[in-house]
Design a protein around this ligand. Structure first.
Ligand SMILES: *[C@@H]1O[C@H](CO)[C@@H](O)[C@H](O)[C@H]1NC(C)=O
Ligand SMILES: *[C@@H]1O[C@H](CO)[C@@H](O)[C@H](O)[C@H]1NC(C)=O
Ligand SMILES: *[C@@H]1O[C@H](CO)[C@@H](O)[C@H](O)[C@H]1NC(C)=O
Ligand SMILES: *[C@@H]1O[C@H](CO)[C@@H](O)[C@H](O)[C@H]1NC(C)=O
Ligand SMILES: *[C@@H]1O[C@H](CO)[C@@H](O)[C@H](O)[C@H]1NC(C)=O
Length: 231
């Protein structure tokens, strides 16, 4: 069955990717009635140390094409949305003039393949929170589209948490494996015991009946056995 998948796919894609992309294509096809999409990536969050410089990723994609696309980045400051930057993108691949309203922000996406990512320089704890990447395309009746990216600012990156998670995960995994092993062993033991029992019965029956070991055909065994059954 794997062979079938490999034959169908385009050469550069692995079987798994192909299945996944097929599924997502079907799902997206069913879901997306929207032409424009703002994308912040598969993991829309980042944990960073204060003082570091981070990128808030975002790009737009549109199947109808763009024309004077308005976009901005907003920061959710405890419930009130503050504009970080904004611009109107005349057309694809044209670098827009971006207005910046916040300190230490740089527009680095440059509209390359819809890239509207920004850079936050020397982040402080106040920079932590939710950032919304917003877009509106006049080509589709000014419908709003957005995606949210979360920035967590910490004093230091904790590696311990991960280790604890791994320990817990492996402990749980180990326990499950042990349990499964135990159950398998139990079932296996029962199976062996039942087989032994069967064999014992068989041996008793066979020894009292016709000796059929000489012809060497296992299929003939059952045929040659009816004698002891008639009691
Ligand atoms: C990060 O914050 C801590 C605690 O406020 C401070 O001691 C440290 O100097 C800061 N680091 C940077 C790179 O700003
Ligand atoms: C956020 O808002 C809540 C309630 O509106 C308030 O109690 C809290 O002090 C605010 N936090 C900051 C950091 O402004
Ligand atoms: C970031 O911090 C460095 C070192 O403190 C400084 O040289 C630089 O100008 C800062 N950049 C911005 C955009 O504030
Ligand atoms: C957007 O541009 C930045 C800066 O060139 C780059 O680091 C990032 O990978 C780009 N993102 C995408 C999705 O192309
Ligand atoms: C789109 O967002 C703007 C604010 O940027 C708002 O005024 C407008 O009502 C929104 N439109 C829709 C259809 O949600």
């Amino acid at each position: 069955m794997d062979v079938r998948w490999i034959e169908i796919q385009p050469p550069k894609l692995g079987p798994r990717f192909s299945v996944l992309s097929l599924i997502s294509t079907v799902l997206l096809g069913a879901w997306s009635t929207q032409a424009l999409e703002m994308i912040v990536g598969k993991t829309p969050s980042l944990v960073a140390v204060n003082g570091s410089t981070v990128m808030l990723p975002c790009k737009y994609e549109s199947c109808v094409g763009i024309d004077r696309l308005y976009f901005n980045w907003q920061f959710n400051n405890n419930g009130t949305m503050q504009k970080v930057c904004e611009s109107v993108i005349a057309s694809a691949e044209v670098e827009p003039d971006v207005k910046i309203f916040r300190d230490r922000v740089e527009f680095i996406g440059k509209n390359v393949k819809g890239n509207v990512s920004i850079l936050l320089w020397n982040i402080t704890f106040e920079d932590g929170g939710l950032y919304t990447c917003f877009g509106r395309n006049p080509k589709e009746h000014y419908k709003n589209h957005s995606a949210i990216f979360e920035l967590l600012v910490v004093e230091e990156l904790k590696v311990v948490d991960k280790t604890v998670t791994i320990i817990i995960a492996s402990a749980v995994g180990g326990a499950i494996a042990l349990l499964m092993g135990f159950m398998l062993l139990k079932n296996f033991t029962l199976f062996v015991l039942s087989k032994l029992e069967e064999k014992n019965k068989e041996c008793l029956v066979t020894s009292s009946g016709i000796d059929n070991t000489e012809n060497g055909l296992s299929g003939s065994k059952a045929d040659s056995k009816p004698t002891p059954k008639k009691k």
